[in-house]
Design a protein around this ligand. Structure first.
Ligand code: PLP
Length: 462
């Protein structure tokens, strides 16, 4: 990997900027990869190196970089009204119109929208409102929450406890005592691989068992991503989401889908829930909502939860949950333009079309000696590398394969997420052309071939 020659910026970064989810000492040793500009699927770093972005930034720049109309809308809104609080009954037209659009686009029954600053804040808001809801309806003992192992629900002081990734708990005194997890429906690593119905039945049973163990009258909600993103792009069998929804209804617990990654066409339809005809009680959104151009998230709420909260509160007493930037007019204006690009601008339809090339690219890698599994839905996918295809044994962590994979891919001009357990996470923007999609996979294939040339990696293969 080439190092940037712009020392002063890198030194300032090293000395003063704390990067998210980064080892402090590791960052001091490696320094930053500073990006300079982007257009469509392409990024340019400070050295002028061109990179194909197969990860849409951080699963968010779904419309690609450099969309002028978004910049124009943001500038226009900043000139007209850069800020309006949502407190004290104030508001602004973009926030109202965006709320309407989200209600129109989302599954029937999600009629109320609370705007947040991003995904963590949307999950946190869900937890706050769920707590308030059960107190308001006179069931204050219903407070336990269940989520999935390998799940990611952000990094807030409570949401990070629903997240089930070790480094989000370690040293942070998480999970909290009311936060619980059941196994991830991970077909490739399941003893039930190939039997979708059995994988679904097992998840259903685990949820029932967990609720029974905690006490049916004590459990508030089950949180899940329709496809687990940061846990390694774990794709449950078709029908899993619907079965979990039905189980939550039976058990009288709220069903919360975290569509921060899967929303806005990432898996094909506008929302992943749609594919299974599922309406959650609450739904969290962010990332693709503003395609990463400005920060914003949203919590969508069903009438049942909204009415429970409304009926339980004294009419003129404010419900104490809010933020200065909730419903920010510039973010909302950007969100409206991004939604227009998905729909009238044809980007959602393009994503659905180019998904065939994405699938073909994945299929082309199946026989590679290092590839154990390829999986995905729409333009969200993973390639899992293994040392032994037969036993599915992982590579020895001492090889530091994920770091080498990322570095080699960077040299080859493609970036993706290289998870610690050697899973390549892919989430290219929905605006990719067929040619760009083919090029992404050509560069990934070259990266894997280059790694295979390295003696220790070749020797590690079973
Ligand atoms: N939920 C899911 C499913 C996510 O993938 C993420 C971020 O990756 C979050 C929540 C947190 O969102 P944010 O990073 O915007 O706070």
């Amino acid at each position: 990997m080439t190092l940037h020659s712009n020392r002063s910026l890198l030194d300032i970064d090293r000395d003063h900027l704390i990067h998210p989810v980064t080892s402090f000492r590791g960052h001091e040793a490696h320094g930053a990869l500073l990006l300079e500009s982007g257009k469509g699927m392409w990024l340019k770093d400070l050295e002028g190196k061109e990179l194909l972005d197969a990860f849409a930034g951080l699963w968010c720049v779904n419309v690609g970089y450099g969309q002028d109309s978004i910049a124009e809308v943001a500038a226009e809104q900043m000139r007209r009204l850069p800020y309006a609080t949502g407190y004290f009954h104030f508001g602004s037209e973009p926030a109202v119109r965006l709320a309407q659009k989200l209600v129109d686009l989302s599954p029937e029954g999600l009629d109320h929208v609370y705007f947040t600053l991003g995904g963590s804040d949307a999950v946190d808001s869900a937890i706050r409102y769920i707590t308030h809801y059960y107190n308001a309806i006179g069931k204050p003992e219903k407070k336990q929450c269940i989520a999935l192992e390998r799940g990611y629900h952000g990094s807030s002081s409570t949401g990070a406890g629903l997240t089930a990734l070790a480094n989000f708990h370690r040293g942070f005194d998480l999970p909290l005592r009311w936060q619980h997890h059941i196994a991830s429906p991970y077909p490739y690593r399941s003893d039930l691989e190939g039997d979708d119905a059995a994988i679904i039945a097992r998840s259903v049973q685990e949820l029932k068992d967990k609720v029974a163990a905690l006490g049916a009258d004590k459990v508030a909600a089950f949180f899940c991503e329709p496809i687990q993103g940061s846990g390694g792009v774990i794709v449950p069998p078709v029908g899993w989401l619907k079965a979990m929804r039905e189980t939550c209804t039976q058990l009288d617990i709220l069903f919360v889908t975290d569509e921060v990654i899967t929303g806005f066409g990432r898996t094909g339809p506008m929302f992943a829930c749609e594919a299974e005809g599922v309406t959650p009680d609450l739904m969290t959104l962010a990332k693709g909502l503003t395609a990463g151009y400005v920060p914003m998230g949203a919590l969508l709420m069903s009438g049942k939860v909204y009415e429970g909260i409304a009926n339980g509160a004294a009419p003129e007493v404010a419900i104490g949950h809010g933020a200065t930037y909730s419903g920010h007019p510039v973010s909302a204006a950007v969100g409206l333009e991004v939604l227009r690009l998905y729909t009238d601008g044809g980007i959602l339809a393009n994503g659905q079309k180019v998904a065939a090339r994405f699938d073909a690219g994945m299929a082309g890698l199946v026989d590679h000696p290092m590839v154990g599994d390829t999986r995905g839905r729409g333009l969200l996918g993973a390639i899992e590398l293994v040392a032994d295809k037969g036993t599915k044994a992982r590579f020895d962590p001492g090889l530091k394969l994920a770091d080498r994979l990322f570095a080699k891919a960077y040299d080859n001009g493609v970036i993706f997420r290289a998870f610690a357990d050697n899973i390549i996470g892919l989430a290219p923007a929905l605006c990719a052309s067929d040619g760009e999609m083919d090029e992404i996979f050509a560069r990934i294939a070259k990266t894997l071939d280059d790694l295979l040339e390295e003696a220790d990696i070749r020797a590690a293969l079973g």
